[in-house]
Design a protein around this ligand. Structure first.
Ligand code: FEO
Length: 162
């Protein structure tokens, strides 16, 4: 059994992962509207991944005999003022999520909750991957600048994400 404080913090993180899923789905819809199908597909896959992250928390909370508490998910942003902005925002969002995962791991250590700490290590590593992959895309946007050819190339490249 985990502490009530730890259970509440895990439920909060589950909500943040669901919000992440919602946010990336909003970004996918933005790109669909711009007919940038590759960017839309990348965001849509990211949205599904975030849902899977939320479900890892959901199952862990149940597994340790704590109570899952679903709370309201904030409405995500709807529109962006440039094609590259959703990815810049995604990078900031992933840095925020990294901090919240690290804070959770700190709490698990503080509480000597070794099982939860081990559970969280997957997310610690995953966040390194997530920040790195979005940073790579943000860097590519910088490299292509105003080039339309570059934009179509990047759209195709991101659309190939498995
Ligand atoms: Fe589940 Fe992108 O962090």
């Amino acid at each position: 059994m985990i502490s009530e404080k730890m259970a509440a913090a895990l439920n909060d993180q589950m909500n943040r992962e669901l919000y992440s899923s919602y946010l990336y789905l909003a970004m996918a819809a933005y790109y669909e509207e711009k007919s940038l199908k590759g960017f839309a597909a990348w965001m849509s896959k990211q949205s599904l991944e975030e849902y899977e992250h939320a479900m890892k928390f959901y199952h862990y909370i149940i597994h340790v005999d704590a109570r899952v508490k679903l709370t309201a998910i904030d409405e995500p942003q709807f529109d962006w003022d440039s094609i590259e902005k959703p990815f810049a925002d995604a990078l900031e969002h992933e840095k925020f999520i990294t901090k919240s995962i690290n804070d959770l791991a700190d709490l698990a250590v503080e509480e000597k909750d070794h099982a939860t700490n081990i559970f969280l290590q997957w997310f610690v590593n995953e966040q390194v991957e997530e920040v790195s992959s979005v940073q790579d895309i943000v860097d590519k946007f910088s490299l292509i600048g105003d080039s339309k050819n570059g934009l179509f190339w990047l759209d195709r490249e991101l659309g190939a994400r498995q």
